[in-house]
Design a protein around this ligand. Structure first.
Ligand code: ADE
Length: 224
């Protein structure tokens, strides 16, 4: 999978891809991330990328020309399956969307800043808009990093344990059951007996029950 991220803050995005799972995915050749500094497509000597909004109001808006130039340069090089815009005024990211995107080959992610982008960018180029939650970040960069993590870890071969992603919370619309490791007793708190029993069908059943109970208590909306 190749992901091209268009941003006015490329520095903010360098670090997340240099560590842990995202770094390994890159090293194994399973995911390629390319950062594009929108300012390189900015207008004039000052490389202007934003301007005041028509109709008045606080906050700057990213202009269409630099974004159009950057997207069209990339589109001339390859075909993209999705051009995604990270914005709080969109549907919220969930596991189903991450699963769907993990099957794609080439993706562009556009990150907003200030008041967002000119609506015409969204109308003309964007195929999918994603929010990571009902709160506003300073820019879409951290949201893009969240999306990349959620998607790339699902690519076969990225996680060491192939089945691990399949048993994540949300894969079956349930939260994960509780997990334990050694010691089997700490400060009088014992690991549930069943987990030490070696009876794997029973353990599986226990986990399913726990997942259901946890979901009912914390996120009943997932059961609807
Ligand atoms: N940009 C600013 N806030 C955001 C959010 N919640 N999700 C995605 N992009 C954003």
């Amino acid at each position: 999978m190749r992901i091209d991220i268009i941003t006015v803050e490329p520095n903010l995005l360098e670090s997340p891809f240099e560590h842990s799972m995202l770094k390994r995915a890159k090293e194994k050749g399973l995911a390629e991330i390319h950062l594009h500094d929108l300012r390189e497509f900015g207008k004039g000597n000052y490389r202007q990328v934003d301007d005041y909004q028509f109709g008045g109001g606080a906050g700057m808006v990213l202009m269409i020309e630099p974004i159009a130039q950057c997207i069209e340069k990339l589109q001339a090089e390859r075909t993209y399956d999705e051009i995604i815009y990270m914005t709080p005024d969109a549907k919220t990211l969930n596991q189903a969307t991450a699963n769907m995107l993990s099957l794609k080959e080439n993706i562009i992610i556009l990150t907003g800043h200030y008041k967002g982008v000119d609506q015409r960018v969204r109308d003309k180029y964007i195929t999918l808009e994603i929010s990571i939650g009902d709160y506003v970040l300073t820019g879409g960069e951290l949201a893009a990093a969240v999306l990349c993590d959620a998607v790339i870890r699902l690519i076969p071969g990225v996680l060491g344990d192939e089945t691990s992603a399949l048993t994540d919370s949300f894969q079956d619309n349930l939260l994960s059951p509780p997990v334990y490791t050694r010691p089997s007793e700490y400060d009088g708190m014992k690991v549930p007996e069943i987990l030490l029993s070696g009876n794997f069908p029973k353990i599986e059943q226990w986990r399913e029950e726990q997942a259901f109970e946890r979901t009912k208590k914390i996120r009943p909306d997932l059961l609807d």
